[in-house]
Design a protein around this ligand. Structure first.
Ligand SMILES: Nc1ncnc2c1ncn2[C@@H]1O[C@H](COP(=O)(O)OP(=O)(O)OP(=O)(O)O)[C@@H](O)[C@H]1O
Length: 430
């Protein structure tokens, strides 16, 4: 029998333009090199594919696992290389009015903070993004461009304002959307201003040495840039968009970390919130009606990036060493799954204008229908009145006729009775 087998869709075919997933592999660190570890990851930048060798530690050699992504960056890729290849187009979307989220995801010590924040010698995504945004702002000669920023971290299930550490952020648990009321937002007139905020906030982040990373972030951080473009005379907003730059804390194995009780507690919180991210990704991809955004603060804050009105870039950071094999595989599997999420962002404020226009059109349509119905009713009422009049006329005529008939009958009866001869009752007919 000639059974036509359905060709399985490759990840590229399922690709949704609104969520891009790229993978970046950091070089072996000093410790890994010193220990002479095997490299278990092959980064095929041209083929946009990551091949994962089976782990020599598990003596489980076989065919390497293959994962396709939107882009793949190997150890040779510079910070600017990843910016130019995958981040610049996202910032361009933001400058066109879309909300954009860029987040670094992966195991501890794989280079998430390095990718987002850079170091003294190389800019990270954040500084390069600021340059691009302010270049755009400078070009807006006849418009007023306002850029604001806020910077928060989620540490042990609490939100902390990194630009105003004195003020705790109240979490409104009943609200599903944005639970962080009171977060400070600073207007920044230049790249220097916004960079000052980033540095200031970065200093306030919870960082600690762990056995995997000397400067491990113990919290998830979200740096938000809000761009508003107005016409100076009318103050009308012609463009408003938001950029979320997210540096997630890395997942780490409790069993493998020789951690203090505090580090273990932090580790549990981090792993739980990352698990919540993974659950949100799985449920969204599976098309479940209920997506568990409420499982953690992180997923509540990132709700828009996974299923709402945002274009999203996920940078999955991995390490090449055999000791990280299991964690790298998990990161790649989740990143691969995230690629299948479908989101439909709308431009802002075009979306607002569009919605207003659509509402106006709908209103005009309703008014037209109302008028038509009124007209139809008027016609019907007139027809009904006419009909009623005709009915009345007919009824009147009938009653007149009846009266005439009655009168005729009465006079007839009278005549009849006059003509009647009263015969004696006892007279028999012959
Ligand atoms: N692509 C890279 N090139 C050179 N060095 C890198 C690269 N990626 C990471 N590193 C270095 O690796 C170390 C760990 O990186 P980083 O702190 O950014 O990891 P992380 O994923 O943010 O970790 P954590 O989740 O624990 O915060 C740093 O010293 C960093 O400079």
């Amino acid at each position: 029998m000639n059974k036509s087998k359905k060709k399985p869709k490759s990840n590229q075919e399922c690709a949704d333009e609104n969520i891009k997933v790229v993978v970046r592999c950091r070089p072996m660190n000093r410790y890994e090199k010193h220990a002479g570890m095997e490299n278990v990851v092959i980064m095929d930048t041209m083929g946009k594919c990551v091949k994962m060798q089976c782990c020599p530690m598990n003596h489980n050699w076989g065919k390497p696992k293959k994962f396709l992504f939107d882009s793949v960056y190997d150890v040779e890729t510079s910070q600017y290389g990843i910016y130019d290849g995958s981040v610049r187009p996202m910032i361009s979307h933001m400058l066109q009015g879309f909300n954009v989220t860029i987040f670094a995801y992966g195991q501890t010590g794989t280079g998430k903070t390095f990718t987002m924040e850079g170091n003294q010698s190389e800019y990270g995504i954040m500084q390069n993004a600021f340059e691009q945004i302010y270049k755009f702002a400078r070009e807006q000669k006849d418009k007023r461009c306002v850029i604001q920023c806020s910077y928060l971290e989620i540490y042990q299930g609490k939100i902390q304002d990194l630009l105003n550490s004195a003020k705790p952020i109240k979490v409104n648990k009943s609200k599903l959307k944005i639970p962080c009321k009171g977060l400070i937002s600073i207007v920044c007139k230049s790249v220097q201003d916004i960079e000052k905020c980033r540095i200031e906030g970065f200093k306030n982040r919870k960082v600690a040495a762990t056995c995997f990373n000397e400067h491990s972030s113990r919290s998830h951080s979200i740096f938000t840039v809000l761009l508003t473009l107005r016409i100076p005379k009318t103050k009308k907003i012609i463009l408003q968009s938001k950029l979320n730059l997210v540096d997630l804390a890395g997942s780490e194995s409790l069993l493998r970390s020789e951690a203090t009780p505090l580090r273990k507690k932090e580790c549990c919180e981090i792993n739980l919130s990352l698990l919540a991210v993974n659950k949100v990704i799985s449920s969204t991809v599976a098309g479940h009606a209920y997506i568990p955004y409420r499982d953690s603060l992180l997923t509540r804050l990132l709700q828009d990036s996974f299923g709402g009105n945002s274009k999203t870039l996920m940078i999955a950071n991995i390490g090449p060493a055999e000791t990280m094999h299991k964690e790298t595989l998990t990161t790649l599997e989740y990143a691969h799954q995230a690629k299948k999420i479908k989101i439909a962002p709308r431009k802002r404020p075009e979306s607002l204008e569009t919605r207003h226009r659509q509402a106006r059109i709908a209103l005009a349509k309703c008014q037209k229908e109302l008028e038509e119905t009124k007209e139809r009713h008027k016609e019907k009422r007139e027809a009904t009145t006419k009909l009623m009049e005709s009915v009345l006329a007919v009824l009147t005529e009938i009653s007149n006729t009846e009266e005439t008939v009655d009168e005729t009958n009465e006079s007839q009866n009278l005549n009849n009775s006059r003509n009647l001869r009263v015969e004696p009752l006892n007279k028999k007919k012959r």
